[in-house]
Design a protein around this ligand. Structure first.
Ligand code: GLU
Length: 348
């Protein structure tokens, strides 16, 4: 049965033949994970639903049939199926990793002072959300908060900041990520709204450097090319206390991972974040080019890519595949079962 709830998170809530597994603290063995990643791809490959984004003109050229699914385990195993190596622009998913880099640099308190951690309940590019809170961006996953976060990226010039972002996200991915110049130019020519938000933040004293330069670095970060495989490895780095499971490199601290994942849990899926957490039970971030990364702390991450989006901007096939894997792999953070064997006795 496929249930579509009132507001738009669109997942199988009663998947025939798939038990709701409860977390055991670790993933099942390699063969089982491999089998389930293939099953997730097979199950939703032909699902038609959603619309490819076109507000950034070049994104409309994406093939709606593209569908890649990848699970990266925090132990380093990677399971990739379908179009998991097709490159696309990371878009809003960059916000999660830039936030982590900025928290690593400036620390929890300073970043929290500048950018909040609560959902706006409004669209990702809402101006009203800024106005309603005296120019204090509510969270780093909406554009206002992402711009304020990018403004905090270390570097003496926008070029240096951009290099910090590119190398930082590349360390999460474990390979050198490159700018998609076509996407960058397409978005740069049409991002008046982001420029307006940055000016508004400047008017409230929330951005100290040139707001248009901040928008430029932000537009570049959104135009980095990634694959579903990259997203899984980037997410697995957050699942692995900040150490990339493929390269062994520490990218950020364990505390930064915890903070970033907490923010993703409440804000990662736009104004559908609560519903996502309710149905899927994992911190995650999506982007308008069709990527989603979902993180299972201590275990690994799921990266998906499929361009058709629901009205909130979340990939339709990606949501379904992630929901299926969360359930079948026992990843939902909130699922538990009665502890039968030994009950803890008072005083023991
Ligand atoms: N670069 C896009 C923007 O700022 C990102 C949107 C998204 O992925 O949500 O409009």
């Amino acid at each position: 049965m496929v249930a579509r709830n009132r507001t738009g998170v669109d997942v199988d809530t009663d998947v025939e033949g798939v038990e709701q597994e409860v977390s055991t603290g670790s993933l099942p063995g390699w063969d089982r994970v491999e089998e389930l990643v293939h099953a997730a791809h097979e199950r939703y490959r032909d699902h038609a639903g959603g619309t490819v984004a076109d507000y950034i003109p070049v994104l409309a050229e994406a093939d709606p049939a593209w569908f890649g699914v990848c699970v990266a385990e925090s132990g380093g195993a990677v399971h990739a199926v379908g179009d998991a190596d097709v490159e696309f622009s990371v878009q809003s998913i960059s916000k999660a990793f830039v936030y982590a880099l900025v928290c690593e640099e400036h620390g929890h308190e300073r970043v929290l002072e500048r950018v909040g951690v609560d959902n706006t309940g409004l669209a990702f590019n809402s101006v009203m959300a800024v106005e309603l809170h005296d120019g204090h961006p509510r969270n780093p996953m909406v554009n206002a908060g992402a711009l304020a976060t990018t403004a905090l990226v270390p570097g003496g010039s926008p070029a240096e900041q951009w290099e910090t972002v590119r190398t930082g996200l590349s360390r999460f991915a474990g390979r050198q990520l490159e700018l998609d110049g076509v996407v960058y130019r397409s978005e740069s020519a049409t991002n008046m709204r982001n420029k307006a938000i940055a000016r508004l933040l400047e008017s409230y004293g929330r951005i100290e450097t040139d707001p248009l330069e901040v928008v430029d670095v932000y537009t570049r970060q959104c135009s980095l090319r990634v694959t579903a495989r990259d997203l899984a490895v980037m997410g697995a780095t957050l699942a692995d206390g900040g150490v990339n499971p493929l390269t062994g490199e520490r990218v950020v601290s364990a505390q930064v991972c915890r903070d970033t994942l907490a923010v993703l849990a409440s804000t990662g899926l736009y104004e559908r974040s609560g519903e996502w957490l309710f149905e899927i039970g994992l911190p995650a971030k999506s982007g308008v080019a069709g990527g989603i990364v979902a993180v299972a702390p201590g275990k690994g991450a799921i990266g998906t890519f499929s361009p058709p989006l629901d009205p909130a901007g979340n990939s339709v096939r990606g949501q379904r595949a992630t929901a299926y894997l969360s359930r079948a792999l026992g990843l939902n953070l909130f699922a538990s079962s009665v502890h039968v064997p030994e009950r803890t006795e008072r005083g023991s």
